[in-house]
Ligand binder design. Structure first.
Ligand code: HEC
Ligand code: HEC
Length: 609
């Protein structure tokens, strides 16, 4: 008892010491313009003088942190703190603000109104009408927001262009459905027969269709405007069926369809199905929501397993992985140069296999419930005959289906474990025509560890291409020259080493021992002086940073699942999710389960344990 008490006091005084240390930082570098009588830009150091201001004046702390982190404060021309001091300040503010935010326990957080994004819209129309039409291709593209995904509410507003396009696509989709046997059977569940009036049949069809479109039960009065449309079409002389499709077309432009406006258990049903399937809930989810049985931990646990095993979870794996690892850009901005890499450019099957390898890998991990750390290093990969050849290793592929993507064990010493051994990831973190240890290093810091390097300063001269110099130099040699300059080294000695370790993979992820006629030097030294070499030792280094990785991945997944950017308060939820996953052998499926069971996802107001 006394021991714990002493420890608490000690921790308290250490906290106080750290607070004083950061105060000294502020006095040294900021007081000239934000102290005494000066409150430049409306900011005075008094606003951040006491520990209590972390709670009462959060905004000033956040602004200070951001401006210091970005190197904007203090401005150029006055004595500047070292990068280390800046980062220590920013990190300290972050930690303190999170601690403060979490002291109130876990909260649900904001739930902004959002529309279906383009992919969700397409999948929803397809499921609703039972058609296979890439209808969303006609809609404007969605930008990325929040945690970097295209389903973030922040970006999903409705422009006039959208409204016009939605009208067009609704018409098109219905015309298509009206001709398809499968969708006609699904939609036309009644017809006027002896004893059934056209109005009665229309009402019956609508009662089946509208709740699915709205993803919730529909009140009696909500049917009326649709039935009026049906009657108007009939008055114009339309036959029964065209009048029905005319009526249903209106549902596809209703805000209740286009926006996620469901509430209560039905909102949870939609959140689940849009998270794990990218489309509307099925009958089972709908029934559980109606019976108020959905929002129970034991039910949700079973559902997550069932939903991940369903084919539709491929949609989740693809959308999440391709946005998280940027492999979506492989077809566009980061297309490897066709002249330098003709095999890649010419072989469409190979390109497809490369792009989908991390997607299938992630999905298999979820279904198999293996450790999420397989993303960093693994004994397994996804193989096909094309990938086998491209990666230059022999894989135990099933002889009957060598071209089909399959989960296979990697041979001993393959150096291909985890996403950093996959050509797609190695290609998107390269330039189209060469590798860049800087880009790869920055990629690992940002996408894998969630600790992005500060943005590069403007006006940095590009790497000379190495041909103009007296003797041709490798990318590494050219970068080493740059790092002799201490201002460059402040960032690059942190960014480049992890990239150097991956230099044995070329710009499309093939193994190589030489570059520019010289043996590849894959040795690296971290800023703490630790030395390592090659991809396999890099994987060990990353596994030691497992906590950073788990936290980053959990944040990304939670942001994706909630469809919004995370707030300071959400970091408490992320901590709880990470703790839960660690207690369960870092299980990948447990991670998804913990996200679904979290308070912000379930929408409960009480504090979760
Ligand atoms: C040489 C003068 C100078 C120094 C030193 C200086 N600032 Fe500033 N600061 C300014 C000026 C000018 C503005 C208003 C213009 C702007 O926002 O860029 C400003 C604005 C601000 C703001 C308010 C604007 C916002 O972004 O919300 C904050 C917060 C701030 N500074 C933090 C700091 C911190 C923290 C330090 C020390 C690490 C610092 N400043 C050092 C000149 C200075
Ligand atoms: C504040 C951190 C920071 C500083 C300081 C910095 N850089 Fe960078 N640099 C970066 C980042 C981040 C990238 C990766 C940019 C990207 O993602 O496109 C980069 C990219 C580069 C590249 C492109 C790498 C390639 O493969 O072509 C070169 C060259 C470069 N920096 C040189 C320099 C030089 C020279 C200096 C010093 C004058 C310098 N940098 C200072 C952060 C920094």
């Amino acid at each position: 008892m006394r021991f714990w008490f002493a420890l608490l006091i000690l921790a308290g005084s250490m906290g106080a010491q750290e607070f004083e240390r950061q105060q000294a930082f502020l006095k040294t570098y900021c007081a000239g313009c934000h102290g005494g009588k000066a409150a430049t830009g409306g900011f005075h150091l008094d606003k951040v003088k006491e520990p209590s201001t972390l709670a009462s004046n959060t905004h000033s702390w956040i602004r200070s942190k951001i401006r210091v982190e970005n190197g904007e404060m203090p401005p150029k021309g006055v004595p500047a703190p070292s990068l280390d001091a800046r980062e220590a300040f920013a990190k300290w503010v972050d930690t303190e603000l999170k601690r403060e935010a979490c002291s109130g326990g876990i909260t649900v957080g904001p739930r902004p109104l959002r529309r279906l994004n383009r992919d969700e819209y397409t999948a929803t129309v397809q499921d609703l009408l039972d058609i296979h039409l890439e209808i969303g291709a006609r809609l404007p593209a969605d930008g990325a927001g929040g945690e970097g995904f295209d389903n973030a509410a922040e970006t999903l507003f409705l422009s006039p262009l959208h409204s016009e396009k939605y009208l067009e696509t609704a018409k098109l989709a219905m015309e298509f459905a009206a001709k398809e046997y499968k969708s006609r059977t699904r939609i036309l569940v009644a017809k006027p027969e002896p004893g059934v009036t056209p109005d009665q049949a229309a009402r019956k069809i609508l009662a089946k269709f509208l709740p699915r479109a709205y993803r919730r039960p529909v009140a009696e009065m909500e049917y009326a405007p649709y039935l009026e449309l049906f009657q108007a079409a009939r008055k114009r002389g339309e036959e029964f069926e065209p009048a029905i499709f005319f009526m249903l077309r209106a549902a596809l432009v209703s805000p209740h369809f286009l926006f996620r406006m469901e509430t209560g258990d039905f909102a949870l049903a939609s959140r689940l199905s849009y998270f794990l399937w990218g489309s509307l809930p099925d009958e089972l989810l709908f029934d559980l929501a109606r019976d108020k049985k959905l929002n129970r931990p034991e039910v949700l646990r079973v559902l997550v397993g069932r939903m991940l095993r369903n084919d539709r979870s491929q949609n989740f794996a693809q959308r999440f992985i391709e946005q998280w690892l940027h492999t979506r850009d492989l077809g566009g901005d980061r297309m490897p140069d066709a002249k330098l890499f003709p095999t890649y450019a010419k072989d469409e099957d190979l390109r497809g296999d490369i792009r989908l390898q991390p997607v299938y890998f992630f999905r298999e991990m979820l279904m198999r419930g293996v450790s999420i750390l397989n993303l960093l290093d693994s004994k397994y990969t996804i193989g096909t005959s094309h990938l086998e050849k491209h990666m230059g290793i022999k894989l135990p592929l099933d002889p009957g289906r060598r071209t089909q993507p399959q989960w296979v064990e990697l041979p001993e010493g393959s150096k291909r474990g985890g996403v950093l051994g996959m050509p797609a990831v190695l290609a998107v973190s390269s330039y189209p025509y060469r590798t860049s240890p800087v880009l790869r290093g920055a990629f690992i810091l940002d996408a894998i560890l969630g600790t992005p390097p500060p943005p590069p300063p403007p006006n940095v001269p590009p790497l000379e291409d190495g041909k103009t110099a007296a003797a041709p130099k490798s990318v590494r040699e050219r970068l080493t020259l740059h790092r002799a300059d201490p201002t460059c080294a402040s960032c690059h000695s942190r960014i480049d080493p992890m990239g150097f370790a991956l230099e044995n993979y070329d710009a499309i992820g093939r193994w190589r021992d030489k570059d520019g006629g010289k043996l590849i030097d894959n040795t690296a030294e971290m800023i703490d002086g630790r030395k390592f070499a090659g991809p396999q030792e890099l994987r060990t280094v990353l596994l030691e940073k497992k906590d950073l990785f788990l936290r980053n991945l959990a944040s990304k997944l939670l942001g994706y699942a909630l469809g919004r950017g995370l707030t300071l308060k959400d970091s408490c939820t992320v901590d709880a999710i990470v703790a839960e996953v660690k207690e369960n052998d870092d299980s990948a499926s447990k991670l998804i389960e913990a996200i679904v069971l979290s308070a912000p996802f379930r929408g409960e107001s009480e504090v979760a344990k």
